[in-house]
Design a protein around this ligand. Sequence first.
Ligand code: DPP
Ligand code: ZN
Length: 844
Amino acid sequence: PRTIRLADYAPPAWLVADVALTFRLDPQATRVLSTIRFRPNPDSTDRTFFLHGEGLKTISATIDGRPATLREAEGGITCDVPDAPFTWEAEVEIAPAENTALEGLYMSNGIYCTQCEAEGFRRITWYPDRPDVMAPFRVRVEGDLPVLLSNGNPEASGPGWAEWDDPWRKPAYLFALVAGDLVAVRDRFTTLSGREVDLGIWVRPGDQGRCAFAMEALKASMRWDEEVYGREYDLGVFNIVAVDDFNAGAMENKGLNVFNSALVLASPETATDGTYERIEAVIAHEYFHNWTGNRITCRDWFQLCLKEGLTVFRDQQFTSAMRSEAVKRIEDAQTIRRHQFKEDQGPLAHPVRPESFVEINNFYTITVYEKGAEVIGMLRRLVGAAAYKRALDLYFDRHDGDAATIEDWLQVFEDATGRDLSQFKRWYSQAGTPRLSVEEAWEDGTYTLIFTQETPPTPGQPDKAPQVLPIAVGLLNPNGDEVVPTKVLEMTEARQSFAFEGLSARPIPSILRDFSAPVVLQREVPSAERAFLLAHDTDPFNRWDAAQALARAALMDAAGGAGDPAPDWIEGLGRALADTGLDPAFRALLLDLPGDEDIAIALAERGDVPDPDAIHSGRARIRRILAERLSPQLEAAYHEGATPGPYDPSAGPAGQRALRNRALWILTAADGGARARAQVAADENMTNVLAGLSALLSIGAGEAEAAAFHDRWKDERLVLDSWFALVAGQAPPESAVETARSLADHPAFAWKTPNRFRALMRGLAGNHAGFHRADGAGYDFLADWIVRLDPVNPSVAARTSTVFSSWKRYDAGRQERMRAALHRMLDRDDVSRDLGEMAQRMLE
Ligand code: DPP
Ligand code: ZN
């Protein structure tokens, strides 16, 4: 397979003036008729005519009405064309029912739907399938089905046909078509300037009662984008469709977003607080793409972070506004540290803007998305909120209708602020997590912080240059009063010092407040100082981080066999827990101990070889110690988190339940499961039931409860996914693989459905000690299934394979077994481009 490089970008030879498509739907033989008007690109001297296409059966093809002679080329066709504008007409046949890769036009439970990002449109018809070719589309859908949807505004319809018109120029990856037996929940939205928009959420009959929350989230997103970014919706309709078979979370197709049903459907009986929060965020995310992604799209796929980093940043801002800013920031920092830092540490590390790929699907990563959002957060912190707003206004003004680049994006910030961002740009090109170390000096009332930054090598990037780091710092005096409020220090050198003058006592620093840069702060801090920050810091992130650092140290020590955790931690935690002035959601996060894999990463960072079993048993011991020593505070938190009355998914009650359920999880280590059992039996809502069940399973109990849960919910696909994930994820490590095997034999294990496959595989992989069983049975289980899925759905197979990226972290025996598993995935004649690239990179 060929490697595609950013450096090789060339503008398209031909542009598209407009597109008309007709679909005659049939599961085995859908006909797609296309009429495309091409014109030469004045910005290109190349006149080669090339169209992408994959798996298409060509029925006919003409140029200006005359039959075209098509020649096969890599990934598509070429043919001779006039040296002037011309019209291409073609008819092709495709088989949606046979499409298990779920890219292009496919069927899910009898519903036709599409997924065209990144390169799925070429499985629908011949087309220049690249994001810098944008055109208005008219679409006619024919089929004996009650609902026929496409992008844009509805034009006309009759029995068995419908016509749609999307006036906004768009790349083919934003094309969508949905058809089938669907019902709509409808609403209306009036935009700032008075445009009436018909909103529809389309679901399978029977699911209408589970759309209300998503609809409210949509309206809130539309309002928020007007108020905060001045962005208004631009069509008369906005449709969302929920489908059960979907490779990702959701897709921002123009005017017709397609969602994984797990991110739309919610009712108190079936969805947890976490699901509600995710639905709200993803509905917003896809809606926000209408401006950041659709109106302004990406020139090429290397610029993916241009739309994804910015849109994640925007959805994070939205969630902060809807819920708690402090809690959201901590959750996002946790995601970066747990998952993005892990990606940076291993063989799959890549820059926010990668420079080469084999299969672009492999670059829809946490680095592109979440680190991409962090980079924008840093930019905003550096220039300030007002300048950020000016820059964004300029971006929308200048680039509306464009397929843009990171250079364009940075240029608007330079023009709006007069700043030189050439060094800042390294955040887009340099992979890896900077390590920031700190020295301190104190003399004559002057306190000095001396920072050193260093980024470890990553694949293909042995040497790193210093990056611009916004380091938010505050200083406290020994009484715990803040003497210097938060100040953003701008570090640009490899080593740089910052002095604070006129202090009467040596201060205690609070560094990297609000997680102001995605770096690892390396600073030896005595546990007493951490406990001091846990008690006094005014910055919620650093307050939480003090508790995390103490917890991490305790868990690392416990994994090494040490007996007792630092009393400072337990006392500090106890006091914070009992402080009812603190937001329950925040206190819940204080109780959220680092997971087994977090500890494995931390040990590896320190140069130790992590022992999964020792980490697991150390964690169980710490949990018991907390349950015993903090029993009154945990009890109180458990009761404080009760939410009697009808279920309300909003942030307040959800935070109370989070506190209750974290307390429950710890208490369960010492009470034999009595409280958890009672909570499952009380059956108040899915959040509390699943938390109770999870706590029970985690102490090796709850078998009867899990079975009853299964029987009750076996017909609810989304709940059954949670059951699969939970049973595999919480199984005792020694029997986790056997549990996973029996789950794979379960009649409901529909392995071709991505949600079900992921539930089981991610469940087992998240069971750290179970997956890393010394005899390699966990690795074999995952590898076998990935190999089986690869020919069916390469994109999900490749994504799942990333659980092997940590192989170099472990002991020789485990390394050998994980490597062998990777070879088994790779060394096959029919390995997909997706999985082949991933396994190859992991083995390098
Ligand atoms: N573009 C999509 C999203 O992130 C990916 N499926 O919203
Ligand atoms: Zn997105």
